[in-house]
Design a protein around this ligand. Structure first.
Ligand SMILES: O=C(O)CCC(=O)C(=O)O
Length: 256
């Protein structure tokens, strides 16, 4: 699937592009039906909520240990737009499920994803695009992603000692550019720049707000020091070969 010139221009202007209905209801059912297997994972890939050690905050690297999410990682509707966005072939630098469960899902302070990769992984250039696949309806009540449109134009705002940006900086960015809440139905995909400033509030509703993220890095963006485990920072920069458009629906074994 190719993004149009108009979609690419909007991405360049805003630092994000929301594509509604990129995955059909039956494909979303498959992805949602597999979430319990991911949630049952135990090990270093799983981080728990600070306020509730019984709730999962994030699960890294499902494409390494789950067949459905491995297939999703190579889906042409994700890989081809990401290649267009970064202007290169891509590899998966990181994947993560943020389940943000009802009542217990915690918030995220304002940050740029690239800052974490710069701090921990020595990534020098923000030549990666993120794709967030919405598994649930995301509304005003269940802690939607909040983004500052166009904030990627501010460049990297280095925070060497922490993830979150200084609130005075956020205030300035918001007074210039505002805040967009990203609301959509299941099956939508949010493509966004690794310098886009974003955050989200805790989920105080009963409804889960599950988003699965892939970070697709340009294969030419090689200047990375793999200090963290592979599920945080994968330096295998073999370009992804996209599968067929029917890959999620195809019988097991159709694609290797
Ligand atoms: O899913 C969210 O609400 C924000 C997640 C986020 O910013 C992150 O995982 O870096």
């Amino acid at each position: 699937m190719q993004l149009s010139a108009e979609q690419l221009a909007r991405y360049d202007r805003d630092g994000y592009l929301l594509v509604h209905g990129l995955f059909a209801p039956d494909e979303v059912d498959l992805l949602r039906g597999t979430v319990p297997q991911l949630m049952a994972r135990q090990g270093p890939e799983v981080l728990l909520e600070e306020s509730d050690a019984a709730s999962v905050k994030i699960i890294f690297g499902a494409h390494f240990f789950n067949d459905v999410y491995r297939t999703l990682s190579r889906h042409p509707r994700l890989v081809q737009p990401s290649e267009q966005i970064v202007g290169d072939r891509v590899h998966i630098f990181q994947s993560r499920l943020n389940p943000k469960l009802g009542f217990t899902g915690g918030g995220w302070g304002w940050h740029q994803d690239f800052n974490q990769w710069w701090r921990f992984d020595g990534m020098k250039r923000p030549h990666a695009a993120l794709a967030g696949i919405f598994l649930d309806e995301i509304n005003a009540c269940n802690g939607p992603l909040l983004v500052i449109p166009g904030s990627h134009h501010a460049g990297h705002l280095p925070q060497p000692g922490q993830m979150e940006l200084d609130t005075r900086l956020v205030e300035q960015l918001v007074s210039d550019r505002g805040i967009d809440p990203i609301l959509a139905r299941p099956g939508a995909v949010l493509f966004f720049h690794s310098l886009l400033v974003h955050a989200s509030a805790p989920n105080v509703s009963p409804w889960p707000r599950r988003i699965f993220y892939f970070a697709y890095n340009a294969v030419s963006n090689r200047d990375i020091q793999p200090l963290r485990a592979r599920h945080h920072c994968d330096t295998d920069q073999t370009p992804i070969e996209a599968l067929g458009d029917d890959c999620l629906r195809a019988p097991a074994g159709t694609y290797s």
